[in-house]
Design a protein around this ligand. Structure first.
Ligand code: HEC
Ligand code: HEC
Length: 263
C-alpha cells in the first residue's frame, strides 16, 4: 500500500530524542514475517472493515495516527516498540504495547480490546516493530505524541464553532458528522456523535485535540491555524455529543490527572 507524502511543514523538538527515521519499503521481509507486517498495516488502515467486532465507531487507527503512524506530531508509531512497556498515570501502572493499543480500541475506537495473543494483535505489533527498526531501543523519537501548545490560550467555544464552519465543515460536515462513501464507510471521519471517539479518548481532551489539529488539520494544511484558533476549534468539537466511557472512574487511580481531563 503506497502512502503519499505530507506537504505540511513540521516543527522540530529537543536533541535528546532519537531522529525520526522511517524504514525503507524495501526492508519489508519476504515470507511469513513480511505477510504479518502487511496484515498489520491493513488492520490499522482499514480497522472498522477488518475488525468490525472490535470497533464501535466509524474511525480507523489511521484517522488519527496519520499515514499509518508515519507522521511526526500525529502520535507516530516509529520507535514505539523500543519505549513500551511504560508507566502511565492514567492507569497508575506499567502498560505494555498491547495494553496501550487496546486503550485506543476501547476509547478512540469506542470498541473492545483485541485478544493480546491473537494473530491480529501480533500483526499490528509486527508492523509497529518494523516501523521502529531504525530507532535505538529505550529512546523516544523526535516528533513522538503531539506538539503541545504553550502557553495555553483560553478557548472561545462560540468563535470555535464559527471557525469550524469556515475551516473544517467542508470535509467533516456540519456538527462533525463526517462524510460517508456510498458503501457506508467513512470517507472523512466524524468528530462528534455516536460514530466518533468516546469521552475517555485522548482526543476528547482539549490540550491533546488542539495540539493535534494545530499541526495536522485542515488535512494537508497543518500549521495554518494559530494557537488560539486551534484551542477555539478544539473546544468546540470535543464538546459535541459523543459516546460515554463506562470505566472512566477507574482512570488516574493514583492521581496525576491532567488539567484538561474530562471527568
Ligand atoms: C481518535 C483518535 C485516535 C484513534 C482513532 C486511535 N488513536 Fe491511538 N492514540 C491517540 C492519542 C490521542 C494518543 C496519545 C498520544 C500521546 O500520548 O501523546 C494515542 C496513542 C497511541 C499509542 C501510543 C503512542 C505513544 O507514543 O505512546 C499507540 C501504540 C496507539 N495509540 C495505537 C493505536 C491503534 C493501534 C489504533 C487503532 C486500533 C489507534 N491508536 C486509534 C488517538 C487515537
Ligand atoms: C480536506 C478535508 C479535511 C479538512 C478541511 C479537515 N480535515 Fe480533519 N481529517 C480529514 C481526514 C481525511 C481525516 C482522516 C485522516 C486519514 O484518514 O488519513 C481527518 C482527521 C481528523 C481528526 C482525527 C480523526 C477524528 O475523526 O477524530 C480530527 C480531530 C480532525 N480531522 C479535525 C479537523 C479539524 C478541527 C479541522 C478544521 C480545522 C479539519 N479536521 C479539517 C480531512 C479533513
Amino acid at each position: 500500500m503506497a502512502l503519499a507524502a505530507v506537504a505540511a511543514p513540521r516543527p522540530t523538538d529537543s536533541a535528546q530524542k532519537a531522529p525520526f527515521h522511517l524504514p525503507r519499503e524495501s526492508t519489508l521481509p519476504r515470507g511469513p514475517e513480511g505477510d504479518r507486517i502487511r496484515r498489520g498495516l491493513r488492520l490499522v488502515m482499514l480497522t472498522e472493515r477488518e475488525l468490525p467486532g472490535y470497533v464501535g465507531n466509524g474511525l480507523r487507527c489511521t484517522s488519527c495516527h496519520l499515514q499509518a503512524g508515519r507522521v511526526r506530531y500525529a502520535a507516530p508509531w516509529v520507535g514505539i516498540t523500543g519505549v513500551l512497556p511504560e508507566y502511565r498515570s492514567r492507569s497508575g501502572r506499567m502498560n505494555t504495547l498491547e495494553e496501550r493499543i487496546n486503550d485506543c480500541f476501547e476509547r478512540s475506537m469506542n470498541g473492545k480490546p483485541l485478544p493480546e495473543d491473537g494473530v491480529e494483535m501480533r500483526s499490528i505489533v509486527a508492523y509497529m516493530s518494523w516501523l521502529s527498526q531504525n530507532v535505538p531501543k529505550g529512546r523516544s523519537v523526535e516528533g513522538r505524541g503531539f506538539k503541545h501548545i504553550t502557553p495555553r490560550p483560553t478557548p472561545d467555544r462560540e468563535q470555535g464553532a464559527r471557525l469550524y464552519e469556515a475551516r473544517c465543515a467542508r470535509c467533516h460536515a456540519h456538527e462533525g458528522r463526517g462524510m460517508k462513501n456510498p458503501d457506508g464507510s467513512y470517507l472523512i471521519p466524524a468528530l462528534g456523535g455516536e460514530q466518533s471517539f468516546n469521552i475517555g479518548a485522548g482526543m476528547a481532551r482539549l490540550d491533546t485535540a488542539a495540539a493535534f489539529i494545530r499541526w495536522n488539520m485542515p488535512l494537508l494544511q497543518g500549521g495554518t491555524l494559530t494557537d488560539q484558533e486551534a484551542y477555539d476549534i478544539a473546544d468546540y468539537f470535543i464538546h459535541l455529543p459523543r459516546p460515554d466511557f463506562a470505566r472512566k472512574h477507574e482512570d488516574w487511580p493514583k492521581g496525576g490527572k491532567p488539567r484538561d481531563a474530562r471527568y
